[in-house]
Design a protein around this ligand. Structure first.
Ligand code: KL2
Length: 417
């Protein structure tokens, strides 16, 4: 098709190549003797550009031909793309409520997806959806996260996250659940303090959802538009599991902008104790059976417990989390060093979208018991991204064929039992 840019499937490990290829084309594994010990699934993360936000920020789309910006033009293209890639799990951002109810949800349901949706708080009517194939998973729990807190001045923004716990449908063997999280963090390049706190809130929810009886975590996939670039402090925190933020300017956290003149540095701690989330990004009051007073307040015992934990770690300027997360993409083309981009319009062409996953630990591969504890997924393949230059050959985004200002990210994973 004219003006259509080709994206290739990249097979990550050589020894996976053959199987991944077969899976991509047929979705069946002919090696039947093995198929009961593994579960393969694909994940798409896609910011589909809400029509309201497109119209609010119309200066970003002056390079586009008018007709390609209409929802009536964009939606069929987006749906065609989703249908074509046929991912087992969709994590969508900027899903506008009216379009979701009238068009997106019914269309996806007719493609065999179960859909869950969380709208942001406040006045802008868009949100995040996680949809999964009925044929592949059953739903164990739905956990929306609101980042707005009336009682915390820092948290005055309306972004949200959504965390699902899914049970793989396996023919024989019992599989652990898979935790799938989706979010769209705050855009404002200057407010890294809010972005980091929103991320900590999402990680705390993931901890609580993915936590298994034996103290380990089930496999995790965390997708979304993090409004932060590769190598930024926020990104490094996700990947390294640790961030020393002492002296860090709030405008430097996400790396979206170069300059941060005259900007405040992050306070220690970044968020106030009454958020109830530790510097390790877990809830301080762990699922204590909730005893609510008549006006919905926490009981005295729960409050005391929170205070004790917070005092103990008061002076540390370091954040941590408990997962070992890898990124599906490497963010640069290996041969040229040119950056991959996930979003491209008249103001910027950068990576802000990610699929993170809990990677299988190589060093425990010989010990079946330990592998299960690691909660690891194996990355089989990803759909290659593009460079900014590639995208300007088709007039940037959105264009005739690509109907968002973001590209969809796609990965194929394997859970080995
Ligand atoms: O960068 V985005 O686009 O991940 O694709 O996330 C936000 C921005 C989205 C939700 O807030 O709306 C876009 N300048 C540019 N883009 C903006 C602005 C702005 N001032 N405000 C919101 N967005």
């Amino acid at each position: 098709m004219e003006g259509m840019i080709k994206r290739n499937w990249e097979y990550v490990c050589d020894h996976n190549k053959e199987n991944a290829k077969i899976l991509g084309e047929e979705n069946v594994d002919p090696r039947c003797e093995d198929s009961e010990n593994k579960f393969d699934f694909s994940v798409m993360s896609y910011n589909i550009l809400s029509q309201d936000l497109l119209e609010d920020n119309s200066h970003l789309y002056r390079h586009c031909r008018r007709p390609v910006l209409h929802w009536s033009f964009r939606f069929p293209n987006i749906l065609k793309e989703i249908k074509h890639f046929d991912a087992d799990v969709l994590c969508l951002q900027e899903v506008q409520e009216d379009h979701y109810g009238k068009e997106i949800r019914p269309s996806l349901e007719s493609l065999g997806y179960h859909c869950e949706y969380k709208m942001r708080t406040g006045r802008k009517p868009d949100g995040c959806a996680i949809c999964f194939k009925h044929s592949k998973f059953s739903l164990l729990s739905v956990n929306p996260v609101e980042f707005y807190r009336r009682d915390i001045p820092l948290l005055d923004r309306d972004n949200i996250g959504l965390v699902l716990l899914l049970q793989p449908k396996m023919p024989c063997a019992a599989s652990p659940a898979i935790c799938v999280a989706n979010t769209h963090l705050l855009y404002n390049p200057r407010r890294g303090d809010i972005k980091l706190t929103q991320l900590a809130m999402l990680l705390a929810e993931i901890s609580s959802v993915a936590h298994q009886r034996d103290g380990s975590f089930c496999p995790i996939v965390m997708c979304g538009d993090f409004n932060s670039v590769p190598g930024s402090p926020l990104y490094s925190f996700i990947k390294e599991g640790r961030l020393n933020y002492e002296g860090l300017a709030i405008g430097k956290v996400s790396g979206q902008e170069q300059s941060s003149r005259g900007q405040r540095i992050l306070s220690i701690p970044i968020w106030p104790p009454n958020l109830g989330i530790s510097q390790n990004c877990v809830y301080e009051v762990q699922q204590v059976p909730k005893v609510e007073t008549s006006d919905g307040d926490l009981t005295q015992t729960q409050l005391e417990k929170t205070e004790v934990l917070v005092t103990a770690e008061k002076l540390s300027s370091s954040l941590q989390h408990h997962f070992s997360l890898s990124s599906v993409y490497s963010h640069y083309f290996p041969d040229t060093g040119i950056p991959e981009v996930t979003t491209c319009h008249s103001r910027s062409a950068i990576t802000v979208d990610y699929i993170f996953y809990s990677a299988e630990k190589e060093d425990v591969a010989g010990h079946p018991g330990a592998v299960a504890l690691a909660g690891g997924l194996k990355l089989l393949a990803r759909l290659s991204l593009l460079t900014e230059e590639d995208l300007w050959t088709v007039n940037g985004l959105p264009n005739e064929n690509n109907s968002s200002d973001h590209l969809p990210l796609l990965a194929k994973f394997r859970l080995e039992l």
